[in-house]
Design a protein around this ligand. Sequence first.
Ligand SMILES: [Zn+2]
Length: 287
Amino acid sequence: MVQRRRCATIDVGSGDRARMAELEAQFIQDTRITEADLSLIIPVHFIHVVDGEQGAISAVQRKQQVKVLNDAYAPMGIVFTAEEGNVSVVDNPEFFRMGHMSARERNCKTQNQAVDPKRGLNFYTAEPGGGLLGWATFPFQMEGDPAMDGVVIMHSSLPGGTGAPYDLGMTAVHEVGHWLGLYHTFQDACVLPGDEVSDTPAHSGPNYGKPADAEQPHNLCANASAGAECPIHNYMNYVDDDWMHEFTNGQRERMWAQVGMFRRDLLTSQAAAAVAEEAEVWAQVRW
Ligand SMILES: [Zn+2]
């Protein structure tokens, strides 16, 4: 079976990540955001880039994709909504085959962004090629380059698509994880702090396919704490869609901090009240 590159989301330099980690720790301490009973509702706007009939996505597929997102994110306190009115179709063979960080991608997004990225998720489907399943922009990139914000997802990876074993909609769960600030669980391999999340043990690289639970520790790093297991079912790894089914509490905390710092306008009023004063200060911080 062909091992697809799940994702082309950028690798953030270690200096930038160190600064980010510092800001985030301070933010969590100041807002005590994990202690609050928060909720976050994210409107999804689908932009289907097609080449004639190629890449067409049905209303049923959209519905199923949103359900898959909600099944994954509901335990994180995050809900996605999609209206059928918030769907656009762009028939353009060049944009359909856009490459990551290419002129085509920028032109496509500049011309077709469907929602202010401060207010919702621009969810592009296309056929990037090269075995790529998708990519995302991080929260901290939005302010500097709002036109590029969102996720680009291989059309055949949506539920009901033809991209088995990546056809259950988990590519979107993974890319939205980046969009909410998560790194891969194998970020920086065994060099700590890895993905900046303490309860996703470091492993030396992506896991593919369906690594057996009975064969732990797989590629877990030697510096992992006693009893730790390689996160082979984590959404931010590269395993098959039917093998992914978990985020951790640490990932939840990180997503909330990243939203609080960089996607504040997505917070509902209830949530916003909980972080308002400190977040106001943090909004001025340019990392
Ligand atoms: Zn990724």
